[in-house]
Write a protein that binds this ligand. Structure first.
Ligand code: ADE
Ligand code: ZN
Length: 337
């Protein structure tokens, strides 16, 4: 199964670029920017990555992102993730970035986006990995601040495909961002949001009906409400599920309790993703490997998950067809092995 997963062509649809910041690179960038971090070794950093909940993780994640200063830093961070995509047969990735994590510290929006965009362009040419950018608003900040970010993004509109909503979910319902999502859609951005990771099913309802999102990041707690599940199935709204993240943030006690198979069986369109791989113990292939083992997924299940990753990506129909054909050929060649 491991070999089958490693060779499987796939897309990653839920990935925070700031969450790909591996300790080694963090040390290197901190050193060149003359910034001290409160750790003495990679081992110390890894030992600090024990989380009780989402907020616990976010505190350390924002601290880590604080060493990113120059365009080159954002380039190196992004390119290093895209190299890992190439190694894992991730053909296409939809990368979230949190501009406010950086603009709040005085880093220009243009520094962030120029570095990330250039790395994506180089990776397409050098590694054959395609990517799309999702600008995420931090939901613990105000809607007014999200509006400022939207405004700052407009000169770079051609490089950004969608808007997202992330950070501390509880107490920050989707409805708080109704107006800025409406304005974002008017600008041509596709609306996406984290919902139902720690928040209840009513947050997922709000994300669907108020923000009008076309894909749900996480969505685990949708299962609290059978009417909501039916609606998600009916509207064909895909879920970007992140098994190792859910385990690390104690959204599930154990991968064996993970609802991924239940979601699939209920007709929901599920994808597998890494969320913040540097913090949660594995890249996307490791997520596939561990969830396959925990839930005894079949090759057909894995094929379906990979198929969904292309089908519910933000790519145009032609690109989807190209990747789906590649996936089908792989599946036919490897199903019996
Ligand atoms: N930002 C980075 N990772 C996140 C997650 N899993 N949930 C909410 N916000 C995030
Ligand atoms: Zn996320």
């Amino acid at each position: 199964m491991k070999t089958f997963i490693e060779g499987l062509p796939k897309a990653e649809l839920h990935l925070h670029i700031e969450g790909t910041f591996e300790p080694e690179l963090m040390f290197e960038i901190a050193r060149r920017n003359n910034i001290s971090i409160p750790f003495n070794s990679v081992k110390e950093i890894e030992e600090a990555y024990q989380f009780d909940c989402l907020q616990d993780f976010l505190d350390i994640y924002y601290q880590g992102a604080g060493v990113l200063i120059t365009e080159r830093d954002f380039y190196d961070l992004t390119y290093s993730y895209l190299e890992k995509c190439a190694d894992q047969n991730v053909k296409h990735t939809e990368i979230m970035f949190d501009p406010q994590t950086h603009t709040e510290r005085g880093i220009a929006f243009s520094t962030v986006i120029n570095g990330i965009h250039k790395a994506c362009k180089d990776a397409k040419n050098n590694l054959g990995v395609s990517s799309i950018l999702i600008m995420s608003f931090l939901r613990h900040l105000s809607e007014e601040e999200a509006f400022n970010t939207l405004k700052e993004s407009l000169p770079f509109k051609d490089w950004i495909t969608a808007v997202g909503l992330d950070s501390s979910e509880k107490g920050n319902p989707p409805s708080k961002f109704k107006n800025v999502f409406e304005a974002s859609v008017k600008e041509g951005y596709i609306p996406l949001a984290h919902a139902g990771e720690e928040g209840d099913a009513d947050y997922v309802w709000e994300a669907l009906d108020i923000l009008r999102i076309i894909r749900i990041d996480h969505g685990n707690n949708s299962l609290q409400d059978p009417v909501l599940v039916d609606e998600i199935v009916k509207r064909e709204i895909a879920l970007t599920v992140c098994p190792l993240s859910n385990k690390a943030l104690q959204v599930v006690p154990d991968l064996k309790d993970h609802p991924l198979k239940k979601m699939m069986d209920s007709g929901m369109k599920v994808t597998v993703n890494s969320d913040d791989p540097a913090y949660f113990g594995g890249q996307v292939n490791q997520n596939f490997i561990e969830i396959q083992k925990a839930l005894e997924l079949t090759k057909k299940d894995l094929y379906q998950l990979a198929k969904n990753s292309f089908e519910y990506s933000l790519l145009n129909r032609d690109s989807k067809e190209k990747y789906l054909a590649e996936l089908d050929a792989y599946y036919q060649q490897n199903i019996g092995k």
